[in-house]
Write a protein that binds this ligand. Structure first.
Ligand code: PLP
Length: 385
């Protein structure tokens, strides 16, 4: 085997896609309710994304960040317009967007607060990525233990518990880092008001609020950014996944007063915000806007959550927009996922008892209905008596 064995891969290889459909080499069709884990928001092989990538790659692919890049600048302007004026740093993944946010927060805390104000408060069950800083921030000891010791300066408290958060945020806190909804640990939604209270706590202690919108951003939950549902304005926002429609990109956005903490030489990336990724991201944003995909995610999400509630009667259905988790109440998620795949429907199982849905936002209502009929069939076979 010439590949490192870091994944438990499922026994299918897709060779083509269209919207929310994927096809294997025999031409068999699958309905994709996962979207490459919340990446293919504008659907597979969207003609506008394909054209943007083809046109830009035929003109120029790479020049490095030593030179002006007007396409990257246009993407930063567009993200500023969507985020209320934030400044962007571009990288290549979610983990890298988090690394950038962590470095920014540490420098900001030590310069603006006190030299030892470098702590990051994150939450249990969170997922922020696999690189060392992002892994230290991730609140999952099982993922950290094989790679100990972790980077120091991180504290973890229960997610959704404002009292636990207020117990640790203080003079040494540079930033609080939160996912508005925890995706990888099973689509865990905090109580109403949690983000607003976290914002208030950060303001009281002069700490930054960093929101990891790697999974929830770019329209997934029915708004450009999930934080918009709560009316909270974060200081820093991390994006990746859906931003360039499947090409590798990450972005760390920060309010200008925070962004100016970085000076030339503080951070960088060879590939970050390259011409092709930036052109793809601009095309993705254009498609989300022109096809009304934020509203579509909200509408379809509500419809789908209702249908899932009926299908998985008695199970908890949670999430926002088209990021939905169903807690089966028993460790049946892997079996459900495998049986569904055999019958042509793609979902995933972030935890033993939770299945997750993050379909392309362009999915047709009829495709959702067909997929749910399949899930109904499987669930009827495997659900506890
Ligand atoms: N943050 C969140 C909330 C994520 O869901 C993920 C990936 O699943 C990451 C960060 C890491 O992103 P990447 O895999 O692109 O490094």
């Amino acid at each position: 085997m010439s590949l490192m064995q870091t994944y438990r891969r499922q026994p299918v290889a897709f060779v083509e896609g269209r919207g929310a459909l994927l096809f294997d080499s025999s031409g068999r069709e699958y309905i994709d309710l996962l979207g490459g884990i919340a990446v293919a928001s504008v659907g597979h092989a969207h003609p506008k994304i394909a054209a943007a990538i083809a046109e830009q790659s035929a003109k120029l692919i790479h020049t490095s960040n030593l030179f002006e890049n007007p396409i990257q600048a246009a993407l930063a302007d567009k993200l500023a317009e969507l985020s209320g004026g934030m400044s962007s740093f571009f990288c290549n993944s979610g983990a890298e967007a988090i690394e950038c946010a962590l470095k920014l927060a540490r420098k900001w805390g030590s310069v603006n607060k006190s030299p030892d104000a470098i702590e990051i408060v994150a939450t249990e069950g969170s997922f922020h990525g696999r690189t060392f800083g992002a892994l230290a921030a991730t609140g999952q000891p099982a993922k950290q233990e094989p790679f100990a010791p972790m980077l120091t300066g991180f504290r973890h408290v229960a997610f959704g518990d404002i009292d636990a958060l207020s117990g640790v945020v203080g003079d040494k806190t540079a930033a609080v880092l939160l996912e508005p909804i925890q995706g990888e640990s099973g689509v865990v939604v905090p109580p109403d008001g949690y983000l607003a209270e976290a914002r208030e706590l950060c303001d009281r202690h002069g700490a930054l609020l960093i929101l990891d919108e790697v999974q929830t951003g770019m329209g997934r939950t029915g708004k450009w950014f999930c934080y918009e549902h709560s009316g909270v304005a974060p200081d820093v926002v991390c994006l990746a996944k859906a931003l360039a429609g499947g090409l590798p990109i990450g972005a760390c956005l920060a309010a200008p007063s925070v962004a100016e903490t970085f000076v030339p030489g503080d951070h960088g990336s060879t590939f970050g915000g390259g011409h092709v990724q930036s052109a793809a991201a601009l095309a993705v944003i254009d498609v989300i806007e022109s096809e009304g995909l934020c509203d579509r995610a909200a509408f379809l999400g509500e419809r789908m959550a209702k249908a899932l509630g009926a299908l998985f009667d008695g199970c908890e259905v949670r999430g926002a927009g088209l990021l939905i988790g169903v807690d089966l109440g028993a460790p049946l998620a892997e079996r459900l996922r495998a049986e569904a795949l055999q019958r042509g429907v793609i979902i995933n199982d972030p935890t033993p008892s939770v299945i997750r849905f993050a379909p392309p936002l362009v999915i047709e209502e009829t495709e959702i209905d067909r997929a749910l009929d399949v899930l109904q069939e499987v669930w009827d076979e495997i659900k506890p008596a």
